[in-house]
Ligand binder design. Sequence first.
Ligand SMILES: *Cc1c(COP(=O)(O)O)cnc(C)c1O
Length: 375
Amino acid sequence: MHPIQMVDLKGQYQKIKTEVNNAIQNVIDSTAFIQGSEVKDFQKELEQYLGVKHVIPCANGTDALQIALMALDLKPDDEIITTGFTFVATVEVVELLKLKPVIVDVEPDSFTISPEAVEKAITPRTRAIVPVHLFGQCANMEKLQDIADRHNLFIIEDAAQALGTDYIYRNGARKKAGTISNIGTTSFFPSKNLGAYGDGGALFTQDNALAEKIRSIANHGMQVRYYYDRIGVNSRLDTLQAGILRVKLKHLDEYNQAREKAASFYDAAFKRHPAIRIPARMPYSTHIFHQYTIQISRDGREELRKSLAESGIPAMIYYPVPLHLQKAYAHLGYREGDSPVTEKLCKTVISLPMHTELDEEQLRYITDKLTGFLS
Ligand SMILES: *Cc1c(COP(=O)(O)O)cnc(C)c1O
């Protein structure tokens, strides 16, 4: 059996090595390292894949969130509602921009932001909601859009973990995650479903005026060269990364299907186990399993993790501490009990190896060891 990894980037690279190496060599031969033609080509191809009018590539997913907020003309202390069960980037950029993060709870099945909690948290200062399509599945966008419409709020979707996921409307229509609301953001961090060989990110929007503004902010606030219309940042996608991403975008659906297949194997092995809760599949979203995350409904998660590690099975806790209880955000004044679902998830979840290269022998070994330990 091949050694089991949390994410197997090497195995994936081996299969596309020639294509990727050629793409890298082409960029080096052109020496157009900054804003070379691959960046524009990748932008166009991703626009087509997502069915969105505008993709604006940038340096990473955190920058994408920051630029999205900068494009909304907010004022200090304007409130941005998001969740504490996610990566730190959202609340971090809100704070950096001197806005106020309002951290609300998630739903127990989907792990995504609770529309009811959002509604309760709205004040006259609320300006935007930032749902995170966590672990590969969309938040409940129709309910959130309804709230946003009634209160005149922006929505920025963080699709860093959901590139390729379909949102499914009640009438059956579909849209790609990140293209549903005012602005979507994503990350091409190597372990993401569409991962570069370094950092990368992008913003999506259907709105022409917003797109122009976002493009300008990502480029020092410039529209005409050396004339600065607004304060911006320097956030570009590397040409080398764009060349690599063009190769990998062609495989994205196949990669997401491979993850889905591994997830189905896990589901079948765990679904009747009394101590394991498998990830729910919500009716309004497909799932591309950026993470396969189960809940252990009894004590001993740390022992389980150790025992798996001793058997050569890596597993990770995404996320061990809710953002509202992190030291850096203590000044926000949240207490234990403010987001009970998030707090419980942080104590009970464990994410299993999930990538495009898992084979049946590995999956059987993982599921046998795990159910063996919990029997
Ligand atoms: C990875 C990730 C980010 C940040 O992306 P970077 O490219 O690492 O800056 C933001 N939000 C979520 C939910 C993520 O998973």
